[in-house]
Design a protein around this ligand. Sequence first.
Ligand code: 5GP
Length: 110
Amino acid sequence: MTIFQKIIDREIPAEIVYEDDRALAFKDINPQAPVHILVIPKKPIAKVADMTTDDKELAGHLIWVAREIAADQELDDFRLVVNNGSGAGQTVFHLHVHLLGGRGLEWPPG
Ligand code: 5GP
């Protein structure tokens, strides 16, 4: 079981900022920007590459939730990041969208 599943199950605490039947969003424990929120599906999908055609609407929903949180936070500029695989920086194998904002963001990322 991943740490994010434990957050979904309320076995460990998190600063939850949004929840619905399909998604949960909470503050990253090690923020890389003034706003750093993780948007996750409640369905235990390990990574983007493991999504199936059944998950297409869910994928869009996660981005929509991130958009709504960015609007709530009055962010004009922000970045959504999804790391897929350890070589791309993924450390928690429960799909998540990083919402980063509140500072200037360089491009390209490392
Ligand atoms: P990844 O590197 O897999 O794309 O991102 C995982 C993120 O989860 C990291 O930014 C890390 O700080 C965050 N994280 C890891 N464990 C916890 C935790 O227990 N609680 C919260 N809120 N964030 C976590």
